[in-house]
Design a protein around this ligand. Structure first.
Ligand code: ZN
Ligand code: FE
Length: 268
């Protein structure tokens, strides 16, 4: 008989800098820390609960995601895991598309998601085996946010769109754990680009309430993102029309995506 253990997992965002979240997933004994741009709030959280840090995961090389990682490893003895082609010169275990890690009793699947940076990866944590409708957590760094996506610093629009399409194909109940609280700004732009979307209007109102109450808007359910995030909706007629009104050259999926991304860059 198969035995399925169902340890409840706790997901906690540690706020850092002006709008970063350092995600901690733990089972009350061991923890995984994602993108520690600093150590202070993270160490406080871990030691207050007596958590052993099993691993530190890095999604991409930017300092707001990495600057605390070495000190945190030093302090905890945790494994340090980083993308195969980024944040080089650091002694870390390297992962890429197809790598699978076993942490906290979960399988962590690595996805290559180039675009924000060239070697950006995402981590999808889920229990394997016969656990229908179990939660899965997507730690996607600066690739996907609620209502938006990361800026294209190193990748092309075609690469970023392919990365977002890959994430969009994950199960709808996936919890999207992006690294920045950009939601309200993203949703203001989304309303401009997709003004008749009532699900979007409802999510915006809800997120305004959350922020008013000092609560994070993340994690966000992927199924909702498919309904509201313009960068996951570049094939929807409303978004195609809006992109073309803004940039007449937006004649295919990639060009619509590029036009929306550039429009967002200058949107106030
Ligand atoms: Zn970044
Ligand atoms: Fe960042």
């Amino acid at each position: 008989m198969a035995f399925t253990h169902t340890t409840p997992m706790v997901l906690h965002p540690v706020p850092a800098f002006s709008d970063n979240y350092i995600w901690i997933l733990h089972d009350n004994t061991a923890a995984v820390v994602v993108d520690p741009g600093e150590t202070r709030g993270v160490m406080d959280y871990l030691s207050a609960r007596g958590l052993r840090t099993e691993a530190i995961l890095v999604t991409h090389h930017h300092a707001d995601h990495t600057a605390g990682a070495l000190a945190l490893r030093e302090a905890t003895g945790a494994r340090l895991i980083a993308p195969a082609t980024e944040w080089l010169g650091v002694d870390a275990e390297r992962v890429h598309e197809g790598s699978v890690l076993s942490l906290l009793g979960l399988d962590w699947h690595v996805l290559d998601v180039p675009g924000h940076t060239a070697g950006h990866v995402a981590y999808l944590a889920r229990s394997e085996g016969l656990v229908p409708h179990s939660t899965q957590w997507l730690f996607c760094g600066d690739t996907l946010f609620s209502g938006g996506c990361g800026r294209l610093f190193e990748g092309s629009p075609a690469q970023m769109l392919a990365s977002l399409d890959k994430l969009a194909a994950l199960p709808g109940d996936t919890l999207v754990c992006g690294t920045h609280e950009y939601t309200l700004g993203n949703l203001r732009f989304a309303r401009e680009a997709d003004p008749d979307n009532h699900v979007l209007a409802g999510w915006q109102a809800h997120c305004e309430d959350l922020r008013q109450a000092g609560q994070p808007t993340l994690p966000a359910r992927l199924a909702r993102e498919l309904d509201i995030n313009p960068f996951l909706r570049v094939r929807q007629p409303a978004l195609v029309q809006a992109a073309q009104a803004h940039s007449p050259l937006a004649q295919d999926d990639v060009a619509v995506f590029a036009a929306l991304r550039e429009w967002k860059n200058v949107f106030r």
